[in-house]
Design a protein around this ligand. Sequence first.
Ligand code: ADP
Ligand code: MG
Length: 366
Amino acid sequence: MTIDAKRHRSRTGRALRHLPAVLLVAMGLLAGTCSGPREGREPTVIDGLTMGTTYTVQIAKHPRLSARSVLQIKKDLDSLFAQINREMSIYDNNSEISRFNRSRKTDWFAVSHSTAELINEALTVSKKTEGAFDVTVGPLVNLWGFGPKTGNLTVPGQEKIAEQMSHCGYRKLSARLAPPAIRKTTGNVSCDLSAIAKGHGVDRAAAYLDSAQIDDYLIEIGGEIKARGTNAENQPWQVGIAAPDSTFGVGKIVSLNKAAMATSGNYRNYFEVAGVRYSHIIDPRTGRPVTHDLASVTVIHDNCAYADAMATALIVLGPDAGYDLAVREGLATLMIVREGSTYSEKATPRFARFVSPGRERITGER
Ligand code: ADP
Ligand code: MG
C-alpha cells in the first residue's frame, strides 16, 4: 500500500535535522539582540554537528574567555560528543550499543559506565510509564521505516508487527553498574537510545562546562536544552515554545536556570498513507506508531535525559493518560493538542512556574 504515501522527515537518521519548530531557542532574539548588539554583552556561541543534528552552546559573561579557550571548549565538546557516539549511537556500527545489538549472547556485556547508567535510567522511565517508553522498540522502529535503514513507505501487516513485537519489551533488558554491563534475555533483543540520547548529550555537555567553571550557559542539541545562570544581559535564559505550526510564531516563553527542557513531537518525522499520519514514535503496546492528536510534549526537569525520555513517553500515553501521569509525578509539562486546524494546550501546575509573565498563551501570538 504505497499509493498516496508521502514522507515528512525533517529530523531523522543521519540526515541533518532542523531545529524543531516547536522550540525556538530564544538565543539572540530574546536574550539580548533585540536591543541591538552591544560590546561585551553578546554571548559566545559555539556550534557544530552531533547525533544527526546540530548543537549550540552559548556562554555569557565569562571574564577570561579568550579566543583560544573558546576553541579549546569547542574541541572538548566535539570529542565528548564523539565519545558518546562511540558508546551509544545505533548509527555507528562499532558503538557499544551496536555491538550489543549484533551480539546473540545473553550473558553480561561489558559497556562504559555512562551507557549502563543511561540504560538504567531508561528502564526506570519504562517502569514509571508502564512500558510506554521502551528502548527495545528498535525492531518496530525499523519495521515502520524510521530506523537507520530507511524503509519503504508501507504499512506492515499485523503478522509482521506481531513478529517484531516478540523481540521487544523492556523487561528483556537489564543493566548493572559495578562493573558496568548490560544484558538481554534472548539473543534478538536490541537497544535504541534515540529518544534519550540527545538529552543525555546535553547533560554531559553541561557537566563538562560546570567542571570548566563556566557558570552562565545555554546548551541545545536538536531542540533539547539545558541552561544555567544568566544570559549576557544578566537576565535568566529564556526559551520560546511555539505551536507546531510555523504560522503561530513564538508563544510561551519559559525561563530556565539549572534546568533542562526537552520536547517530543509527532509532527516532524512521520509519513502519511491514505490520509493517516504515522509518526516515528511507536506505542510499544500495539507495535504501531502513535496516531492521537497530541502534537507535542515539552518537559522541564533538572535532568535532560529524563526530560527527553519522559517527553517521548507522554507522547505515547497521549493527552489524557499522559497528562494524568505528568501531574501525578509533579512534572513540569506542556502538551500541545491538535484540534483540526488549530491547537489547544494543556499545562501541568508545575509548568506555570517556568513561564515568563505575560507570555502564557500560544495561540495567535507573534
Ligand atoms: P526526536 O528524536 O524527534 O527528538 P524522541 O526523543 O521522541 O524524538 O525520539 C524518537 C525516537 O526514539 C524514534 O525515532 C525511535 O528511534 C525511538 N522510539 C520510538 N518510539 C519509542 C518509544 N516508545 N520508546 C523509546 N524510544 C522510542
Ligand atoms: Mg525523547
